[in-house]
Design a binder for this molecule. Structure first.
Ligand SMILES: [Zn+2]
Length: 102
């Protein structure tokens, strides 16, 4: 998958922003939020004192991007298609393995 870490982070941050907008009040603009690095103040401030499974999953996804462990299937290690990642940025299982797991 020829996608930069920055591009992957933007996908995850967009989803995180949508979630925060839907469930909490967020005063930041999408551009400020999405273009900030995950460790940057803007993202920390927006997620401070807000915690739910979706936020935690998305933050874990950001950690995995930093670790270089993002975008591959936890079962077979295949790269996940970008299309699937866009649909579900927290996805960790490829379609082939999903059939066996679920
Ligand atoms: Zn797999």
């Amino acid at each position: 998958m020829q996608v930069t870490k920055t591009a992957l982070k933007r996908i995850v941050l967009n989803r995180l922003y949508d979630h925060l907008r839907t469930h909490y009040s967020v005063s930041l603009s999408r551009a400020t939020f999405v273009n900030a690095e995950p460790e940057a103040h803007a993202v920390d401030a927006a997620t401070a004192f807000r915690s739910d499974i979706e936020i935690e999953e998305l933050q874990r996804a950001l950690d995995r991007i930093d670790e270089g462990a993002y975008g591959t299937c936890i079962h077979c290690n295949a790269e996940l298609p970008l299309e699937d990642i866009r649909k579900d940025p927290c996805k960790r299982i490829c379609r082939g393995c999903e059939k066996f797991v679920f």
